[in-house]
Design a protein around this ligand. Structure first.
Ligand code: HSE
Length: 334
């Protein structure tokens, strides 16, 4: 997938009134790190939607950035009166507070912030009640349209029975490096250098990042959160398990599973050996793979880049395109 192919995925979601016909759509960007930087580049270089970035929230000023456009104070960013808030901040109190502010401002919101959206289900509910668009495709699966696919399946009236996948690129990348003989520290540093890992990589390694994604998948697939998600961490012991799996021709993977049953929604993140030919075992480096099992035995498999600047920015840009299409009626290449 490339940043130039920005066709919003059609979903069976709500049709929003075009209450904001003014074009270009005035947007602000919260965060200009790995993902935010990719989004800004994408918006400046060939993005087909009619949108202007009025202000960017950054953690510190840097030479070369246009004064009057980059701010370290959120108040200055919101003072520009955005109709669209694009959230590319890392998880944390700041992101949660600013998403709250964005909701109160009445703006539409595109967020890549799985942890905040997962622990604040009220954000989506409030946005729906107030007629604001809140999209967060980038929060799950990088460039894979996981949430859109689930929404489409449900829109067709088909029930989803279970979902299984590798949904954390960093852990997959680290397990591949361990299989090559690298140390855990070296593997983590490499994932950080490539922009795959969270600002706190323990969220990736302990399975908390995958658990947040699984919560968003459960919400989309079953309309409810799992009661709890059991976690298994990648740690100092994992190298030995990687070796044992490799001795049998298998690959150790951080696998996320979700199933609705009589006892509610069961969810887990576990390290499991996967055989060659198994799509969840065959994903390499930062790739993700998600298998959605539907009633009547249908299975849908999605694979692609699950982490990193371009993959995540692509998904954010697709969501921005969808907001512009919903609000302004501008269509993209369909
Ligand atoms: N840290 C996340 C991952 C980034 O490695 O999958 C993409 O959500």
């Amino acid at each position: 997938m490339s940043l130039s192919l920005l066709v919003p995925t059609p979903t069976a979601s709500t049709v929003y009134p075009r209450v904001l016909p003014e074009r270009p759509m005035r947007a602000v960007l919260l965060g200009c790190g790995t993902v935010g930087g990719g989004v800004l580049d994408g918006l400046r270089n060939g993005f087909p939607g009619d949108v202007t970035v009025e202000a960017v929230l950054v953690s510190r000023h840097r030479r070369g950035r246009a004064p009057g456009r980059f701010f370290t104070e959120a108040d200055s960013v919101f003072a520009t009166g955005p109709r669209l808030v694009i959230d590319c901040l890392p998880d944390g109190e700041l992101a949660e507070r600013l998403l709250e502010l964005a909701l109160q401002s009445g703006a539409d919101i595109v967020s890549a912030n799985k942890a905040v959206i997962a622990r604040r289900p009220d954000f989506a509910a409030r946005a729906r009640e107030r007629g604001q668009i809140l999209r967060y495709s980038a929060a799950v699966g990088g460039e894979l349209p996981v949430l859109e696919t689930i929404s489409r399946i449900r829109g067709e009236g088909r029930a989803i029975l279970s979902v299984a996948g590798v949904v954390n690129g960093t852990s997959n990348f680290v397990l591949d490096r361990l299989a090559e003989g690298a140390s855990l520290d070296t593997a983590i540093r490499a994932a950080q250098a490539l922009g795959f890992a969270e600002s706190d990589p323990s969220a990736d390694l302990e399975g908390r990042d995958a658990a947040a994604k699984l919560t968003l998948i459960a919400r989309a697939a079953f309309g409810a959160d799992p009661d709890c998600v059991s976690l298994e961490a990648i740690d100092a012991e994992t190298q030995e398990r990687v070796r044992e799996a490799a001795a049998c021709g298998y690959r150790l993977r951080q696998v996320a599973t979700l199933k609705a049953g009589a006892n509610g929604i069961e969810a887990s993140i576990a390290l499991t050996p996967r055989a060659p030919g198994d799509p969840l075992g065959d994903v390499r480096d930062e790739e993700n793979a998600v298998r959605i099992s539907c009633e009547r035995g249908d299975t849908i498999l999605l694979t692609g880049r699950g982490a990193g600047r371009d993959a995540t920015a692509h998904s954010v840009l697709s969501d921005i395109g969808a907001v512009i299409e919903a609000r302004c009626g501008q269509r993209f290449g369909q």
